[in-house]
Design a protein around this ligand. Structure first.
Ligand code: ZN
Ligand code: ZN
Length: 458
């Protein structure tokens, strides 16, 4: 008995030394509640069912904003608003690819965002194969005149998603490089890790002064098939029909809502997701789940009592087709007192690591958060947090502290930007673990008066 009392006393002493910020027992209770959460799933289910695909600048995205405003109102958030901005808008047309010779057959293709049109009749040309982006870069200027460049790569699944950084450039910059070398068009092996016959779309960009060319992504099995054809040694003729259009400046917008804190002088926590999605799937993992996670977590914090800091939700209206939403927020809201930025935009699978970029003086806060995340199976990373795409502008403009809750990306690029990005891919248990992790961080930081001012940049 005596021994038990001593143990409790010791534990209490330990708790007291770190409990100035938020009582750990409160955080544990909040985690327990969040692990039963149905709000995040309800948001993903609602958005994918009642809106579906919601490409930025289209009517669907406008309907999604109305849906978001109504949902955030129902959940009891304050200061809900739709902040519109204009952006150039590209929309998909017809898309087919067929090998004309020597082995006639259709290939599964999709246009990349900002692709030029081939015209209704399409274009037929010889394929020039590049095993990697580096091989395309090494091709002589003008050597691709009238040809269709075909760039492959060896992207594999990685838990931290780093393979997208390594192989994604085939999509991000491959078309621009091919255009500069005179290619008539380009097809790439999809930046993905599945073996389904689904091509992965995504944005590409052409530099100012470079005339855009038709640019498509082949599904991975089709890219492998085309590779085998090329390796048989005869010239391969491909017919490509892509008829996307630029429909000019259209309205998009950010939806913003708040859980007001009791002490605005502490600066707010801005938490982001993006409401827009690509048009091929229903945008369940990219990024309805992110909106579900951050909103559910904030709602659990709301239910536990008013935090000291304001928590602001940013459902950014345009991420996929350029960072129009995040940039509009970063400009329009840079006068608001922010303390911390976070984003959820990497699917719905479990959080496995937390990364920080906080001032040195906030080390006890980071230690407390890392400790509180341990019961959820989340370890502490060694690299500085950088935030997501939609908070880049506000982080840069306001020199903000950042916390990243890194999700398991092992299967993310099986689904990313494909017709398979749908509700059935969401694992409700992993989604709840995300909500619990987010609620933990928001509760601890939200109730902390630690100074999160970052040292001035050189
Ligand atoms: Zn995304
Ligand atoms: Zn995306």
């Amino acid at each position: 008995m005596k021994k038990t009392i001593r143990m409790i006393t010791g534990a209490t002493a330990l708790l007291l030394s770190t409990s100035a910020l938020a009582a750990p027992s409160d955080v544990m209770a909040l985690q327990d509640k969040a692990l039963q959460d149905d709000i995040a799933y309800d948001i993903v289910e609602g958005l994918t069912t009642e809106i579906g695909p919601r490409q930025a600048g289209t009517d669907a995205e406008a309907r999604a904003r109305d849906w978001a405003v109504a949902k955030l109102k129902t959940l009891g958030f304050s200061n809900i608003r739709n902040e519109p901005y204009m952006m150039p808008t590209w929309i998909r047309g017809k898309e087919t690819a067929s090998v004309v010779s020597p082995f006639p057959q259709k290939l599964a293709v999709t246009a990349l965002g900002n692709s030029a049109s081939t015209g209704e009749k399409g274009l037929t040309a010889e394929v020039v194969y590049f095993p990697t982006l580096a091989d395309l870069m090494a091709a002589a200027d003008g050597s691709l005149k009238g040809k269709i460049a075909f760039v492959s790569h060896a992207m594999k699944a990685t838990q931290d998603g780093s393979s997208y950084g390594a192989f994604g450039p085939a999509r991000f910059v491959g078309p621009n490089i091919a255009a500069k070398k005179g290619a008539a068009a380009i097809v790439i092996r999809s930046a993905g890790t599945d073996h389904h016959r689904n091509p992965h779309t995504g944005n590409t960009n052409f530099e100012k002064g470079v005339t855009p060319i038709p640019a498509g992504a082949l599904s991975i099995p089709d890219a492998e098939n085309l590779e085998r054809m090329v390796k048989r040694g005869q010239p391969v003729q491909l017919n490509l029909v892509l008829t996307p259009q630029n429909i000019g400046q259209q309205e998009s917008g950010n939806v913003i809502a708040e859980l007001p804190g009791s002490d605005p002088s502490l600066g707010m926590i801005v938490i982001a997701c993006h409401l827009d999605s690509w048009d091929l799937g229903t945008g369940a993992i990219d990024d309805a789940s992110g909106c579900g996670i951050i909103t559910a977590a904030a709602k659990h914090v709301m239910a536990a009592g008013q935090p000291k800091r304001t928590i602001r939700l940013l459902w950014a209206g345009a991420e996929e087709v350029g960072l129009w939403g995040g940039n509009a927020y970063g400009e329009a809201r840079k006068g608001d007192k922010h303390a911390l930025a976070m984003e959820s935009d990497f699917g719905a699978d479990r959080v496995w690591r937390v990364d920080f970029n906080l001032p040195e003086t906030a080390k006890p806060l980071a230690d407390q958060i890392a400790g509180a995340l341990q019961p959820l199976g989340i370890g502490r990373g060694q690299q500085p947090a950088s935030g997501g795409a939609d908070v880049q502008a506000i982080i840069r403009n306001n020199n903000l502290a950042v916390i990243d809750l890194q999700q398991d990306g092992t299967r993310y690029f099986d689904l990313h930007h494909t017709p398979d990005d749908t509700l059935d891919k969401i694992d409700p248990e992993q989604l709840r673990q995300n909500v619990a992790a987010w609620a933990t961080v928001l509760s601890i930081v939200g109730n902390s008066d630690a100074d999160l001012t970052m040292p001035a940049k050189e």
